[in-house]
Ligand binder design. Structure first.
Ligand SMILES: [Zn+2]
Length: 683
């Protein structure tokens, strides 16, 4: 046997034993025999490095060379999942999907492993690239680190191209053990797994017992449309046969019982039932959760049939055929003290619950949205009731239900008939009430506040409080007044020192450089949020003149043919842009120098993940020296960096030996971000 053949045979044999040991848990040779084979191969590779196979089993021990983590484009859609928090919400989702399925449908329920998401690309059966999820379009190349994970096959047992999605995780007990090596800097197993994937040296990663569960396979360019692979169960069974670990805790639900029998052979631990049984299964798994060796943060419910998946398709954020059921919607109980009426810039009435402050998910909650009168009626909510409050993700807290009715005041709250700010009679349109008065002082204030807000024109110094003050004093009545008002005349008024006035002036000037897309959405016309504005611009309406021209000609069909617009939106467009008052305002703003035409040259290179956030940086960093480099990364992605902690600060980037700033964040709702977590956020 020549050397080349010897190396190739030894490699294959070792990969086979790695698979038996790490994936199957059924070793066939002793550790000593294995080590002996391994050393033999290592020896040969040292002598004849040119003969080593690309995905040699010796790659498992990693390298001391630094990884570069270059960015690469994903070849499959790597979207996140839509989320549900209640079994009722999930039931509604299932009903909706069944209604739209147009045929027999079945569902698969998998555990949602709390780890780091990974996509493994195999070319002709060899592990080619492993990418992190990244922003869903580009991921970071972590192939060298992934190769060290024994459970990841370096060579699969068919010479095919396939992309496999999975979750890299570390068990709870290994987390306790290995976090000590990092001086306990990782707050949970997920952070440690994600941090390990981004470790600069793969030789260090090889020492951390990372695991993988694969959960999707893509056997053709972007789609799994192989005729034998027309359902998820077949796909994961195929993925398993290629050598991957599949989580055995799996549920399969169908109203056609003849499905179950062959499945049980392939997945002996499979739980099966009718579609109505899904909610019971979820209850059982929620209870089992504590006993699992690894962390899960929910369950994933997927449509089984690939043709139905293809028919349902994707939104821009998530597939329509899958949903995550999340366990952790923090819930608290408190008393409803009052319901206040909020009027939006377009007149919409939103009742807001004023609550006895309660601690929830790490912050104090004292307000929660109640949406509209219908929602209040549904909850049968009244002042003085004890209610349950939930906070899901980062969204506004919501009142979930009445836990105990008030005995003193058992009635249900009703909205007043009149706008509390202008006394106009409220009108009802759909589920909501509206103040129809365009000159309503509150509506006008709201549209000014909206215009200057962080997500819109981002005029620092013109926050809600300042704008209310300027409006109430009669200094500013319209958007153009924001640009023409002499802020110098405020000198001497309470709270207006020279520095503050100078700051407002500077930021007003800066805001004139904002692109057309920002200006248009900041004007706050109903229906024209940042998403619709970008669709409008993409479809060729890259200047206000083009828009106003179409509106003047009353060409509804031109607007309604824009993706996602439709009839109602088209009519709104005509209404907005042929209204003489609006035209006058736009002409005035044009003269002031705002952008009313899109310039395409400055496409952002980075996803604007920090948009609207205000960061403060403290301490020293391994990857960012000087610290201004970190500030640059934040600003490139749409965030703002400030020198000192204030009520507006949203994040503190905290390096080693932080100063007094960390102390100052106490009692403020500021997220503390350590360097490693920050590195992950930059992916
Ligand atoms: Zn009003």
């Amino acid at each position: 046997m020549d050397i080349k053949e010897k190396i190739s045979k030894l490699s294959k044999l070792l990969l086979h034993h790695q698979y038996l040991y790490y994936v199957k848990n059924k070793p066939e040779i002793s550790d000593r025999e294995y080590d002996c084979l391994f050393d033999k191969l290592l020896d040969l590779e040292k002598k004849y490095p040119q003969l080593a196979v690309l995905n040699s089993p010796t790659k498992r021990i990693g390298s001391d060379l630094d990884n570069s983590f270059s960015e690469r484009k994903h070849k499959i859609p790597v979207l996140s999942l839509d989320k549900e928090y209640t079994t009722e919400g999930l039931k509604k989702w299932i009903d909706k999907i069944r209604l739209n399925a147009g045929g027999d449908i079945s569902f698969v329920v998998e555990e949602k492993i709390d780890g780091a998401s990974i996509v493994l690309y195999y070319k002709k059966g060899l592990l080619d690239i492993a990418l992190t999820r990244g922003n869903g379009i580009f991921g970071n190349d972590v192939t060298n680190n992934i190769r060290t994970i024994n459970q990841v096959p370096l060579i699969i047992n068919q010479p095919i191209d396939v992309a496999v999605r999975g979750e890299i995780y570390i068990t709870k007990s290994d987390f306790q053990k290995y976090n000590k090596n990092f001086e306990g800097k990782y707050s949970n197993p997920r952070n440690l797994a994600a941090g390990s994937l981004r470790n600069l040296k793969s030789s260090l990663v090889s020492k951390i017992p990372l695991n993988i569960f694969a959960h999707e396979g893509y056997f053709q360019e972007g789609k799994a449309t192989d005729f034998q692979l027309d359902n998820h169960v077949m796909i994961i069974s195929k993925v398993m046969n290629l050598g991957f670990r599949i989580n055995p805790n799996l549920g399969f639900f169908s109203d056609k019982s003849d499905w179950f029998f062959p499945l049980k052979e392939q997945f002996p631990e499979l739980v099966t039932g009718s579609i109505a049984d899904i909610s019971d299964y979820i209850k059982i798994l929620s209870k089992k959760r504590e006993k699992l060796k690894y962390e899960i943060d929910g369950l994933v419910i997927k449509v089984n049939e690939i043709p139905i998946r293809n028919r349902l398709g994707y939104t821009s954020h998530h597939p329509r055929w899958s949903v995550a059921f999340k366990f952790d919607a923090p819930v608290g109980h408190t008393v409803l003290n009052e319901i206040r009426i909020q009027i939006g810039r377009n007149g919409r009435v939103t009742p807001v619950a004023i609550l006895k402050p309660v601690k929830l998910g790490g912050s104090i909650v004292s307000r929660a949205t109640l949406h509209n009168q219908e929602y209040i009626d549904m909850l049968e909510l009244g002042i003085g009731d004890i209610v349950s409050i939930s906070k899901r993700g980062d969204v506004i807290p919501a009142v979930e239900e009445v836990v105990e009715k008030s005995t003193e005041n058992p009635s249900i709250f009703k909205l007043t008939k009149f706008c509390p700010f202008c006394q106009f009679k409220l009108i009802k349109d759909g589920s909501h009430h509206f103040c129809p008065n365009r000159k309503c002082s509150e509506r006008m204030k709201r549209s000014l506040i909206y215009f200057a807000a962080r997500d819109q024109m981002d005029i620092e110094g013109l926050g809600e409080k300042t704008i209310r003050f300027l409006f109430e004093k009669g200094f500013i009545k319209s958007i153009s007044d924001l640009f023409t008002f002499d802020y110098g005349s405020l000198l001497g008024q309470e709270g207006f020192k020279e520095k503050k006035i100078e700051n407002i002036r500077k930021n007003i000037e800066l805001s004139k450089r904002k692109p057309f897309s920002r200006v248009l959405s900041a004007l706050g016309f109903e229906g024209l949020g940042s998403n619709t504005v970008s669709k409008l611009i993409e479809s060729g309406y890259d200047s206000i003149d083009k828009i106003m021209d179409t509106a003047a000609r009353n060409q509804t069909e031109k607007f309604s043919s824009i993706e996602g617009f439709g009839e109602v939106m088209a009519r709104l467009m005509i209404q907005h842009f042929s209204d003489p008052k609006n035209i006058e305002m736009i002409e005035t703003l044009k003269k002031i120098g705002l952008n009313f035409r899109e310039h395409f040259k400055s496409e952002p290179e980075f996803p604007m993940v920090f948009s609207g956030q205000i960061w403060v940086i403290t301490g020293s960093f391994r990857h960012f020296s000087p610290r201004s480099q970190a500030a640059g990364e934040i600003e490139k992605r749409g965030g703002r960096v400030s020198d000192s902690i204030s009520g507006k600060t949203t994040h503190l980037l905290c390096g080693d030996s932080p100063g007094g700033k960390l102390e100052k964040t106490k009692n403020l709702n500021i997220r503390i971000v350590r360097e490693d977590e920050f590195m992950e956020m930059l992916i």
